[in-house]
Design a protein around this ligand. Structure first.
Ligand SMILES: CC(C)(COP(=O)(O)OP(=O)(O)OC[C@H]1O[C@@H](n2cnc3c(N)ncnc32)[C@H](O)[C@@H]1OP(=O)(O)O)[C@@H](O)C(=O)NCCC(=O)NCCS
Length: 186
């Protein structure tokens, strides 16, 4: 590897409308906007960020994980303005089985414009071709219609439905598991 290129810089990608670039600490303010918004968090089933410090820790942890090869994290940005629109992660990489869990979100003003499908398609292809991944898994709240639609558009299959397997905020929630294997996309 060229020593002037850091590991985190290797993963910048481009689509028709987007630049998908590695996270920077300065992205914390955007992550805070996303993870403190009730509509965005409605079916994420993870903790709200109550302060910018929560988001700084989140971004710093993700950057560390990426450096250690445990996951990959992208900022989804507008190609023409550079504006931060959302995030996409392949987290919890299972190296033995070349399998990654995915997670994603967009600021609300960028919903319903096809941006997530565009980003997801590019990143998942990159993972198969360049990161040596063989399959992906997405775990969604069954009420998260918009997330399900993204996954189905890409070609994910529903492989499991777990009843009340996830305890969050005083309730046992159901989960749907969607999967994509390399031959589904390539
Ligand atoms: C999940 C989430 C990213 C989906 O966003 P989204 O905007 O619905 O998905 P896309 O960016 O792929 O856009 C698809 C929609 O844009 C519409 N669209 C408009 N212009 C388009 C274009 N040029 N190209 C493609 N689609 C376009 C499509 O018709 C589609 O709408 P539909 O779902 O009503 O059919 C978003 O709802 C979100 O951030 N939710 C909160 C976080 C979350 O729940 N994350 C998932 C946790 S599992």
């Amino acid at each position: 590897m060229n020593k002037s290129v850091s590991q985190t810089d290797l993963h910048q990608l481009e689509t028709e409308r987007l630049i998908l670039r590695p996270f920077r600490i300065k992205d914390a303010k955007h992550i805070f906007e996303i993870r403190s918004n009730e509509d965005v968090m409605k079916f994420m089933d993870s903790s709200f960020h109550g302060s910018i410090e929560d988001s700084e820790k989140f971004v710093a942890d993700n950057i560390k994980n990426q450096r250690e090869g445990k996951g990959y994290y992208w900022a989804i940005t507008d190609k023409s303005t550079g504006e931060f629109m959302g995030d996409f992660s392949i987290w919890s990489v299972d190296k033995k089985n070349d399998r990654g869990q995915i997670g994603y979100s967009l600021k609300k003003q960028y919903w319903k414009s096809g941006y997530m499908t565009e980003a997801m398609n590019e990143i998942l292809l990159y993972g198969f071709k360049e990161l040596g991944l063989h399959s992906y898994e997405a775990n969604i709240n069954p009420m998260n219609e918009d997330s399900r639609k993204c996954l189905e558009k890409i070609g994910f299959n529903k492989e499991a439905y777990f009843r009340e397997n996830y305890f969050f905020k005083g309730q046992y929630l159901d989960s749907e598991i969607y999967c994509l294997i390399k031959s589904d996309l390539i």
